[in-house]
Design a protein around this ligand. Structure first.
Ligand SMILES: Cc1ncc(COP(=O)(O)O)c(C=O)c1O
Length: 347
């Protein structure tokens, strides 16, 4: 039997031959001392690309965000985020455990995209001085929102609301390059509105490991200390950074393919299970299928689809699928065949 088509996440892709070669031949040093040349090159490229003073290469997007929360939010204070944002929901309560921080959750009117009015209201001073907000965290693209894209004009308005309240704005840009492809705005165009941002090399860009956190010099200096505090000061990390450099150079240009594949998947699914997906809402590489009208729940669909050679995840009771570098147009057709066979089994 052939290998299953894996649409569980865009993190499941395997490094390319070029990446593996670069990893095998990377110049390395001890990153604890700051002397891994490949890590330093990657960090410099990211600083340049984002227009920020500096950047730091870290193992995961989660660690980037948790370092940002720790740097910005005092223990006992709050961060504002959207109700289903990764930083406030899917990071195992790290902000509470590592930083004593909790969240003020805002429910976005549509697809995870917060508005400036919502943020301004959430930052209004507490007359009793009981709850203090130290940070606003945005997510773009928004994962649970279906890979939805926050236009740069909306980010600018939110940034203005934050700056009026004297609160820094952080961008969880795990998939910011997907947003950049849709809006045509370079990553620096988003970065200029936020105090700090991270993006993942290990998602659509196709690297096996790694994320990058960027901000001003003082913030990154503190992030370096927090990297040690959280036990993540790795050593010859240039082996991974070498693949990250290729991901950064080659990954963004390939993302339109992922978006087209996701759209084709959504169109096919809308035909097969009417009402399960609105293809017009699929802007990037994430497709959610609402199977509630099929008489079977998402868990049952996941099992049936796995039996037909298609791997998916369940998020919020819906079936989630992501396209990535390991998925071509043929795989999308085969994935739709798997859905068709599973639908027949249900009858
Ligand atoms: C929006 C978003 N932010 C952050 C992360 C965390 O990244 P990592 O898995 O590298 O910790 C993810 C991972 O899926 C994500 O989807």
């Amino acid at each position: 039997m052939s290998a299953p088509i894996d649409l569980r996440s865009d993190t499941v892709s395997k490094p390319s031959g070029r990446m593996r070669h670069a990893m095998a031949t990377a110049e390395v040093g001890d990153d604890w001392y700051g002397d891994d040349p490949t890590v330093n090159l990657l960090q410099d490229r990211v600083a340049e690309l984002t227009g920020k003073d500096a950047a730091i290469y870290l193992p995961t997007g989660t660690l980037c965000s948790q370092i940002a929360v720790h740097a910005f939010v005092r223990s006992g204070h709050l961060a504002v985020c959207e109700a289903t944002a990764h930083v406030g929901n899917t990071e195992a309560g790290s902000a509470a455990v590592l930083s004593g921080a909790s969240f003020r959750y805002l429910t976005a009117p549509s697809r995870g995209l917060l508005t400036a009015a919502q943020v301004a209201a959430a930052l209004a001073p507490d007359p009793y001085d009981v709850s203090v907000v130290d940070l606003v965290a945005l997510e773009n693209t928004h994962q649970v929102g279906g890979g939805s894209v926050q236009p740069v004009s909306a980010v600018a308005e939110i940034a203005a609301a934050c700056s009026a309240a004297g609160v820094p704005l952080y961008l969880d840009g795990a998939r910011i390059f997907n947003a950049c492809v849709v809006t045509g705005v370079p990553v620096a165009g988003y970065a200029r509105h936020v105090s700090a941002l991270m993006f993942c090399l290990s998602k659509g860009l196709g690297a096996p490991i790694g994320s990058v956190l960027a901000g001003d010099s003082e913030f990154i200096r503190e992030a370096r200390r927090l990297k040690i505090l959280f036990g993540a000061a790795w050593r010859q990390a240039g082996i991974m950074a070498a693949a990250g450099l290729i991901a950064l150079a080659e990954g963004p240009g390939r993302l339109p393919e992922d978006h087209a594949n996701a759209r084709a998947l959504a169109v096919g699914l809308a035909e097969l299970l009417p009402g399960s997906v609105d293809p017009a809402t699929v802007e990037t590489n994430i497709v959610f299928a609402d199977v509630s009208g099929t008489g079977r729940d998402a868990g049952q669909w996941r099992e049936l689809l796995a039996g037909e050679g298609l791997l998916v995840t369940i998020v919020g009771g819906r079936v989630r699928m992501l396209t990535h570098v390991g998925v071509g147009a043929d795989d999308v057709r085969a994935a739709l065949e798997a859905w068709r066979r599973a639908a027949k089994l249900i009858g």
